[in-house]
Design a protein around this ligand. Structure first.
Ligand code: GDP
Ligand code: IMO
Ligand code: MG
Length: 428
């Protein structure tokens, strides 16, 4: 019996969708616990490519239940569109998808506000996905939020929306945004969406508790990544939720004692989309090559992702704050043609070397990465189907990561498809 949190160990887009889809045939329930439609989790199998934003990555396994937990912020319109896409692949979400009645709703005004705030920041913008994530969490914590259950109660919804719209119209004026919000239209649209989503809305905390009590395997799907965490990431260049493993408890209602495994997903190199510090970023042709070979363009916004060498200092920090006890290394194949691979093993800050990730923005921005060079493997790893057939250079690379991080690598991913995966250890 396992309750496994699967998290992004870097700045997001590590390949969580692929790994979670792959592991989903071993579990009864997959639950998202934070974030919203800012996530873009890509699944590839047979001739299908699908990017999931809100629907959990277990949806393509008929026997797996999918939960959108209370910690997620749900854009009902985006979710309805996504459900249509899922149905177009002959997947019926009815009876298999469960949406927390307590999850907060992303309203149209959150998206308007997100974009207006970014615009007003000019060069200092965070580079958000514009999906309304920050403003929705602000409303949740300031206790003005609309919850999924409110979409089923016209009176409560109207009262909340009217109060919020008055406030937000003032705010938009201050931000020099011409848009004027109209409560009636918003209420109408949300009641309609609520009606369509009603069959899925329930107490998902209880569902997860019962699944756990019955000895079922559960997978808790993180979105974004450890370094985008609002508490532990490169603040203020972060998202507004807790992608780290602690968020899996508050975001589902499962207690910390329920968690049996924390799997960190890491790319064989680093990427970041949006602004903020990135110590090993490459502004040269190697960075370009990684972007080209790895198709590093945002799954949600299509923006080019910034690229850089693997950063073990940042990963060690991610292992510490998440309690990662197993790792999956993805996109190994992207480095197949490199003669030499650089790995950052220390940071030089003002002439002093450290292996601790600094929390102060000014310090992170000053970091000069200290690299160790490893020999590349120079072979097509996508063709390797047996871990024993891995070249010694790949084994040395994996061992280097394991020794530094003191965590075993249990999965090596050598391509976007399910079958392009090597299990170095069994995952129960
Ligand atoms: P997520 O947000 O963590 O789920 O990751 P994304 O889906 O945003 O980005 C990961 C991208 O890499 C997707 O296009 C995946 O199809 C792709 N991918 C995942 N694993 C591998 C791999 O091992 N090799 C290659 N070449 N692509 C991969
Ligand atoms: P998945 O789940 C990568 C980034 C944005 C921006 C910052 C804040 O696919 O890994 P937000 O819209 O959340 O307020 O933006 O966070 N960001 C992501 N980067 N992958 C993601 O999700 C992301 N979700 C948000 O680019 O820098
Ligand atoms: Mg993504």
């Amino acid at each position: 019996m396992s309750t496994r949190v699967v998290i992004g160990a870097q700045w997001g887009d590590e390949g969580k969708g692929k790994i979670i889809d792959l592991l989903s045939n071993k579990v009864s329930v997959v639950a998202r616990y934070q974030g919203g439609a800012n996530a873009g989790h890509t699944l590839k199998f047979d001739n299908t490519t699908i990017v999931l934003h809100l629907v959990p990555s277990g949806v393509f396994h008929d026997n797996t239940e999918c939960v959108i937990g209370n910690g997620v912020v749900i854009d009902p319109l985006a979710l309805l569109t996504e459900l249509e896409e899922v149905r177009s692949h002959n997947i019926n979400p009815e009876g298999r998808l469960f949406i927390s009645e307590s999850a907060h709703v992303i309203m149209s005004y959150h998206k308007v506000l997100d974009q207006a705030r970014e615009k007003s920041k000019g060069d200092n913008k965070i580079g958000t996905t514009g999906r309304g994530i920050g403003p929705a969490y602000v409303h949740k914590y300031s206790r003005n939020g609309v919850r999924m259950m409110d979409l089923l109660d016209a009176e409560v919804l109207r009262t909340k929306v009217e109060a919020n719209v008055t406030e937000i119209n003032h705010l938009l004026e201050q931000l020099n945004c011409d848009e004027k919000l109209e409560a009636n239209q918003i209420v109408k649209e949300m009641l309609e969406a609520g009606e369509k989503l009603k069959p899925f809305v329930c107490d998902t905390g209880l569902l997860l508790h019962n699944a756990q009590k019955a000895g079922k395997n559960i997978l808790l799907e993180g979105a974004q990544g450890a370094l985008l965490d609002v508490d532990h990431g490169t603040y203020p260049f972060v998202t507004s939720s807790s992608p780290t493993s602690g968020g899996a408890c508050t975001g589902t209602g499962l207690p910390p004692t329920a968690i049996t495994h924390v799997m960190g997903i890491m790319k064989a190199y680093c990427t970041r989309v949006g602004n903020g510090p990135f110590p090993t970023e490459l502004h040269n042709e190697i960075g370009e090559e990684i972007r080209k070979i790895g198709h590093e363009f945002g799954a949600t916004t299509g923006r080019p992702r910034r690229t850089g060498w693997l950063d073990l200092v940042a990963l060690k920090y991610a292992c510490r704050i998440n309690g990662i006890n197993e790792l999956a290394v993805t996109k190994l194949d992207v480095l197949d043609a490199f003669e030499e691979i650089q790995i950052c093993t220390a940071y030089d800050i003002d002439g002093v070397q450290t292996d601790q990730f600094p929390l102060e923005l000014k310090k992170i921005e000053k970091v000069k990465p200290v690299y160790t060079a490893l020999k590349g493997w120079n072979c097509d790893t996508t063709k390797i189907t047996d871990k024993e057939a891995l070249p010694q250079t790949v084994k040395d690379y994996v061992a280097f990561i394991e020794t530094y991080l003191e965590v075993p690598v249990v999965i090596l991913s050598t391509g976007p498809k399910r079958k392009e995966t090597l299990f170095l250890q069994e995952v129960h």
